[in-house]
Design a protein around this ligand. Structure first.
Ligand code: HEC
Length: 144
């Protein structure tokens, strides 16, 4: 009995560690193995992603878009110079990821700073925002 209680306590302790302090469940921002990404011409996705990047209907409040925080590369740290996947301080601190790819970063900013649900993993919107993120990352690396 004692052992069971100790086991239960340590499991809840671990989940507290993961979700406490504004933590984000890693599963929420990890592509399920059985769902493929939407695919289309990269150019089309980048153009569409650019529109969504400034769309405040993406946030739960309807007041924030990606561009609110990231206009002219604002809020990007030095790690954004590296091609994906790469280490990002915020996703390490909140979910324990050693590295993330572009679509995970999109999902992460939706769930954490924008306080909304992640996009469906097979959605055109996610593919578009991820493609635009990759595009921004390359331009950012070239500008440094
Ligand atoms: C309320 C502010 C806020 C909003 C809104 C926001 N983000 Fe972020 N985002 C951040 C912060 C803070 C970081 C820096 C994280 C770090 O580097 O530790 C960041 C980092 C990033 C990065 C770069 C991380 C890297 O180094 O690779 C990408 C890409 C990104 N956000 C995409 C998005 C997208 C897409 C949206 C819209 C869906 C969005 N963000 C909305 C705050 C925000």
């Amino acid at each position: 009995m004692k052992k069971i209680i100790i086991a239960l306590l340590s499991v809840s302790g671990i989940s507290l560690l993961l979700t406490g302090c504004g933590g984000i469940e890693a599963d929420l921002v990890t592509r399920p193995a059985d769902v493929s990404a939407f695919s289309s011409e990269d150019q089309d996705l980048v153009a569409l992603g650019k529109q969504y990047w400034s769309d405040p209907s993406l946030s739960s409040s309807g007041a924030l878009s990606c561009n609110t925080c990231h206009m002219n590369n604002a809020a990007f740290k030095d790690t954004f110079k590296n091609s994906y996947p790469h280490f990002v301080q915020m996703t390490k601190a909140k979910s324990g990821f050693e590295e993330v790819d572009a679509e995970q970063m999109v999902q992460f900013c939706l769930v954490a700073p924008m306080k909304t649900d992640p996009l469906p993993w097979d959605s055109k919107k996610l593919a578009a925002l991820a493609a635009y993120t990759e595009h921004l990352q390359k331009a950012y690396a070239e500008s440094r």
